[in-house]
Design a protein around this ligand. Sequence first.
Ligand code: GTP
Ligand code: MG
Length: 383
Amino acid sequence: MTQSVVVQVGQAGNQVGCRFWDLALREHAHVNKKGLYDEALSSFFRNVDSRRSDGRACGVGGRIQHLKARAVLVDMEEGVVNEILQGPLGEVFDSTQLLTDVSGSGNNWAVGHMTYGLAYREQIVDHLRKAAEHCDCLQCFFLIHSMGGGTGSGLGTRVLSLLEEEFPEVCRIVTSIYPSAEDDVITSPYNSVLAMRELTEHADCVLPVENQSLVDIVNKIKRMSHTGKPGSMIKRDSTIISGQGGLTRAEKPFDDMNNIVANLLLNITSSARFDGSLNMDLNEIAMNLVPFPRLHYLVPSLTPLYTLTDVSVPTRRLDQMFSDAFSKDHQLIRADPKHSLYLACALMVRGQVQVSDLRRNIERKAGRQAYVQFPLWATHTPC
Ligand SMILES: Nc1nc2c(ncn2[C@@H]2O[C@H](COP(=O)(O)OP(=O)(O)OP(=O)(O)O)[C@@H](O)[C@H]2O)c(=O)[nH]1
Ligand SMILES: [Mg+2]
């Protein structure tokens, strides 16, 4: 099995990353009943025996000792990373994976990209190399950052170009959080434009996520769960909400929105984390969906989002999910591809689903859009 490394940069990057690790651990705990460190866990986690002074990781097959995320956490202020370290996930990271400064980039792309980018260049490369050395077969880097903040947009895109320089063969998938129109960071449009140029040049694939779409989805889920109708209760262990109660209880700002982004990452990485007969390789995302190297912005969409009560997928529901995946209410960015052209789309399906039902739905969709190619990937893992 292959491994991937998550690089989270800036406040938004680290907060979204943190939700991803929480949900990934919960998903593995749900499946891994024997407490053994298996191939599935090794894709995103190392198993470190704290009694060994050299800090080396244990191989696949042994008991789980201490799971450490294959992650590099970068922020030019300390607050967010310190909060993560003091929270329930603190043990999942160690000091060798962290890189912080004190004053932040002041919402200024140039400070992140140029000032910190040059000052921390060696240290960033060092951290990335260390994370890569812990992998037997490194397949992918997942970069998570905001487009609006100085560190996320500026240093985040600097990290991206360093990844390209140092690991040209390793796939770079970037999750970029775009600001909403009412964003309180006044420089966020400038930061976003400057960062986009870098994303176009250096990423293999970008999953743009817009904060306004996340706000809309969260508000809609809240409205639905407050109607009191049967089937409108959110399951307590649903991965769409966080461990502390998520949407049903007040949490830190952004937590509920970040859970949705974390779910996107959870689903995209599921076939790298679990076995499955129709599994896809992470490289195949870019290989199948990117027609030209710079045309690599994918519109992400998630379903089920609003029917959170039932995670099993009866046939009727699956048909609905296929339609939902193409509706703008389920997209994580406020774009309307129906007014333009789909060059390619991929449907990633999780759970116990009949392949014949999938094919029937693909024919239904593709029939109307004759030139669209539908690669089909499915993972038989819990969703
Ligand atoms: N979805 C989401 N957006 C966030 C989060 N934190 C900040 N943002 C958004 O990200 C932008 C600000 O970027 P930050 O990530 O806070 O900034 P930074 O990368 O830490 O950069 P500096 O603070 O300037 O050093 C604004 O558009 C915020 O609305 C978060 O946890 N989730
Ligand atoms: Mg910050």
